[in-house]
Design a binder for this molecule. Structure first.
Ligand code: G
Ligand code: MN
Length: 256
């Protein structure tokens, strides 16, 4: 790792010590911040339903969030990073008026059991009734011991649950079942060019109808064009999120 020959000095991968210095600086200098992207009602796209909180970096070395996440993995500090992100979300959203709706927060599967999620002393716990925890379909949820009980406990406290990235990448839709969920977020690969893609339309229609039967609400992600938004609405999708409505930005951008 890191010593594949030929790279110029500034392009080579940082060693662990350098990475730790960079990561510590990013954290202590507040180079990691949370952006918020609006989620709107599909049939009333100017009406806000909530926001997804998305981690962003303004660090000069770990210049984008992918590098921050990789650094956290390599340094085994993902728990710290996740807690910091959730604390920032709580700080911003506890100041937000009720019209800002719900805040959707990405949660890595391994953070599901983090005690700070349920601690009465953590900021997010205090606003749990306004928080939707997004758990990605990209990591297998199968066979996680105690998953159903933990999800039940989180919902008891007031959190809602969303399955993120449904239908994306190698995710198998069968994984939907182990999680008792309130929302499903359609991966943007399903949304892209939906209006001219009959197979995607059938898939979305099936997902929406399955969700309807169990009272699960559906969000279309990564909506970039008006025809995509119209198709999602016509197929029964409840909410929309994507560049067409607004890019992620500092708290709080309004839908355009
Ligand atoms: O995995 P998750 O669904 O949480 O990832 C959301 C990511 O998608 C964010 O990084 C966000 O910036 C990006 N995103 C949000 N809206 C759009 C969009 O309309 N188009 C594209 N290409 N990306 C988007
Ligand atoms: Mn997400």
């Amino acid at each position: 790792m890191g010593e594949a020959g030929g790279g110029s000095p500034d392009k080579r991968e940082l060693d662990l010590t350098e990475l730790e210095v960079a990561f510590d600086r990013a954290i202590t200098k507040n180079h990691i911040w949370m952006a918020f992207q609006p989620i709107v009602h599909a049939n009333q796209p100017k009406t806000l339903f909530g926001y997804e909180a998305l981690m962003r970096s303004r660090d000069p070395q770990l210049v984008h969030v992918g590098l921050i996440l990789d650094a956290a993995e390599r340094l085994e500090r993902t728990t710290q990073l996740g807690r910091m992100a959730r604390a920032q979300v709580a700080t911003e959203f506890s100041k937000a008026t009720a019209e800002r709706g719900l805040v959707f927060v990405n949660l890595h599967v391994r953070d599901l059991f983090d005690p700070t999620l349920t601690s009465p002393f953590s900021g997010l716990t205090r606003i749990a009734r306004r928080v939707v925890l997004e758990i990605t379909e990209r990591t297998s949820l199968e066979g996680i011991e105690g998953l159903a009980d933990r999800v039940a406990e989180l919902r008891e406290i007031g959190y809602a649950i969303a399955v993120d990235d449904l239908g994306g990448g190698h995710a198998r839709m069968g994984h939907l079942t182990p999680l008792d969920t309130d929302f499903v977020k359609l991966d943007m690969s399903l949304v892209r060019d939906l209006d001219s893609h009959p197979v995607k339309q059938r898939l979305v229609k099936e997902v929406v109808s399955l969700c309807r039967e169990s009272g699960v609400r559906v969000i279309g992600e990564g909506v970039e064009t008006q025809p995509e938004a119209d198709s999602l609405r016509d197929l029964g999708c409840d909410y929309l999120q994507g560049y067409l409505i607004a890019r992620p930005g500092p708290p709080f951008v309004d839908p355009v």
